[in-house]
Design a protein around this ligand. Sequence first.
Ligand code: GLA
Length: 389
Amino acid sequence: MRNMRCAAVCVAVCALAVAGFADGEGKSLKDAFKGRFFVGAAVNPRVYRNASSPEARLAAREFNTITAENDMKPQSLQPVEGKFRWDAADRFVAFGETNGMKVVGHCLVWHQQTPDWFFRSDDGGPVTREKALERMLAHISAVVGRYKGRVKGWDVVNEAFDDGGRLRRTPWMRAIGPDYIEHAFRYAHAADPEAELYYNDFNMFAPGKRAAVVRLVRRLKEAGVKIDGVGMQSHVALNRPNLADYEASIVAFAAEGVKVMITELDVSVLPAAWGLSAEVSRSHDYDEKFNPWKNGVLPDEMQQRLARRYEELFRIYLKHADSIDRVTFWGVADGMSWLNNFPVRGRTDYPLLFDRSLRPKPCAAAVLRLAEAASGDATGQKKSDQSNK
Ligand code: GLA
């Protein structure tokens, strides 16, 4: 009972905190950061299958760039060799175009959500290097070719390095060797010479990974291979990563002359039972004590902590707005976040700016306040050639 009263008070306090720009009033995120960077979200069919749904209206109002959460991954597009399924991806791209958004494709070459057939020969053994390259070329040409001129940028390779900076022994790496990355970028460029091409990874704050990505960018450029941006996924938490390390990576990538993209931002508020790693391939058993706010209401004190964390992050983004092209959240609202099921199934997390009823949270208000404050600061203004953002 006491808990219920606390929850009710908290809902009222939170509602007051966000009053003024809920339900379409006030400035949207995309307008608040206009001239600095695009603001986006990863979206799924709940957003783009029905343009008049609340989720679709919220996404259209708040964001000027979208990324496909799952529908452009190899497993979704080519579950069986040569048999492409385009329906969902077509709808995703059309939704972005209808709403005047920068459409981002995610992702062409990754070791997860990629069917096994890519890496198996006809007799069931490991695929040869030639065959793996042939399949990579066929996949990239078909996918990038289909959306040529419409998808403005692609995550070409996702998660190739471990935190220490070594190339991970992924199936692509084992089949082709370290030059698989370069081939992927070349194939993508050939399929759409105008599209921007990105390398994307998690834990980009890790010094070893940072150095490896810097070396990769240099190597690709020296070899005459087009790379336009580095994506820092940014699945973060209230107490990790260390923001000095994180900021150092933004600075290091920008110094290589590529655009920095914050590509999968979310801030988990739940206890990290599994340690500090954000390794996305490891899951854990459910345990009550790691799911403290399961009724869908986050206590005010936690809302404030989350707001402060988002403020810290956006302070950094504003400081480096000249280098940062976009900030994309991994999801539109808390109820749709992957973090509710990962790395532990069935938890209730609160990582995004909009709650389960699609209402802006105190962290949204905090981020908008920062943008407002920055827009009064002439030194924060971006160059006019970027004012289309
Ligand atoms: C990684 C991938 C994304 C997504 C998220 C979590 O970061 O790049 O496509 O799968 O994990 O869902």
